[in-house]
Design a protein around this ligand. Sequence first.
Ligand code: ZN
Length: 290
Amino acid sequence: MRAFRLGELSCTLVDDGPFGLDGGAMFGVVPKPLWQRAKEPDDQNRIQMVTNCLLVARGDDLLLIDTAIGDKGDEKFHQIFAVDPARRMLPEAIADAGFELGDVTHVLLSHLHFDHCGWNTRRQGERLVPTFPNARYWMERSELDHARDPNPRDRASYDPRNWEPLFEAGVVELFDAEAEPITGVRAVKAPGHNRDMCVVTLDGVGVETGPDSRGIFFADLVPTRAHVPTPWVMGYDLYPVTTMEHKDRWLGKAAAGGWLCIFEHEADQPLARLVEERPGRLKAEPVPAE
Ligand SMILES: [Zn+2]
């Protein structure tokens, strides 16, 4: 279990197991001799990643940031993305953290790509129902608009089964650009990966807490620790120059504030703090969880 505190926020990393994406696509214009030193590819050039989600407890609220891949994929999907349908999945990780699915009061979605919202819903007989029966699901309005009308380049990233049943169940909260579903957990639009993706800032500063009370969940703005250098941007990103601007902005804030950084797709040590390796060049130094 990977638990840590940020002041008044009790956080636990929960993941949906490994998956793989093409290393070239993950590192964009970075040449393979450079990126393969950071992430060793398999025989199909895929690098191993995970889908780390974050449970944040504060008082009676339990918020889950993103819901990973889920269990609705078919055999072709499992093959393409190196997903094992028998893997240890997110609901089990949540149970191991000591919670039931019904304990989750808020689900906050960084964006609606299939690897970020797959456990929003699950099968119940012939129907798809919300996986978290007592949660309100928070999603950004323009991202939903785009998800419902994608372009040929990103169509494969969206699966309506991950959100339409939530509307049928009446459990969606739409927000515009920014939202703070529970005190200290704030989604803020940080475009680049796509037009409307959000990062999530964590601020647990309270009466009796010290300076180590802030953190950031980067979603796909900085998917792994290897993506910290400014030009190391995914080939998947729709607006790579915008990604670089927002990366520098948020990495700069995190470095200056000593924030804990959480990397959603980092398979190996997803918690880190930023240190200046040399002037103008940041590096993510892993931080062990409890
Ligand atoms: Zn992703």
